[in-house]
Design a binder for this molecule. Structure first.
Ligand code: MN
Length: 226
């Protein structure tokens, strides 16, 4: 790509719909399931959510992810992804729900060794979370088709074996609370995606692994590490 030539904007496939969903920012919520906070060595903190941002360019729907450079510890985090069709600031939880376009199954792929090494040095974790293909996402399901997902099984299988399992109702901060909270810190915009956190069971991936993400009410979604 040459500077000043238009590049491909990132957009998502919408299930049973010919339109595409244009992607703006990816907000990724940390430690929103108690059992995952514990497995990462932290106590459960219900005070306020925290988050980091991945660039939209990390989104992939190709069904394949290249094992990223610079790591020996690529890990999966299955997450419910919420897509916003409206934004705003200082939203109430009720207003927040009215901003939701739909839901998708997503993976917050993580170079865990780089994340932890930088975290422990007091540096940003970004190098652990941001790389090509770091945000595989299944097709967007419009809210009108699936209703609101506040409970239901969430699980990740690797090569047919269940590695992560939980329930959306286990989230420490609900989807509505997350959107409302984020909107107090930065204006949310149409096209924003919110990765709502992952349950326990994160583990290492290798080339050739086939991941299947499942969230009750959504179509399963598969990614191969190449
Ligand atoms: Mn995550």
């Amino acid at each position: 790509m040459h500077l000043f030539q238009p590049h491909d904007l990132v957009d998502l496939e919408i299930l049973n719909d010919e339109r595409r969903f244009p992607v703006h920012n990816l907000y990724c919520i940390g430690r929103n399931y108690g059992d995952h906070a514990v497995e990462m060595g932290f106590e459960v903190d219900r005070e306020a959510p925290f988050y980091f941002i991945k660039p939209a360019s990390n989104v992939t729907q190709s069904g394949q992810v290249r094992y990223p450079p610079g790591t020996q510890k690529l890990q999966h985090e299955i997450e419910l992804v919420v897509a916003l069709e409206l934004g705003g600031r200082d939203l109430t939880p009720a207003q927040a729900m009215e901003c939701i376009a739909g839901y998708a199954v997503g993976l917050d792929l993580t170079r865990r060794d780089l994340q932890i090494r930088n975290r422990d040095k007091g540096r940003p974790w970004e190098i652990g979370k941001v790389f090509d293909g770091a945000a595989p996402i299944g097709p967007l399901h419009l809210r009108s088709d699936v209703n609101d997902l506040t409970a239901g099984r969430i699980e990740l299988l690797v090569n047919g074996q269940v590695r992560q399992a939980g329930d959306l109702s286990d989230m420490i901060h609900s989807t509505a609370e997350l959107i409302a909270y984020l909107s107090t810190l930065q204006t949310l915009q149409a096209g924003d995606l919110i990765f709502t956190g992952t349950p326990a069971g994160v583990s290492d991936l290798a080339r050739g692994d086939v991941l299947e993400g499942r969230i009750e009410g959504l179509a399963p979604f598969s990614v191969t590490v190449v």
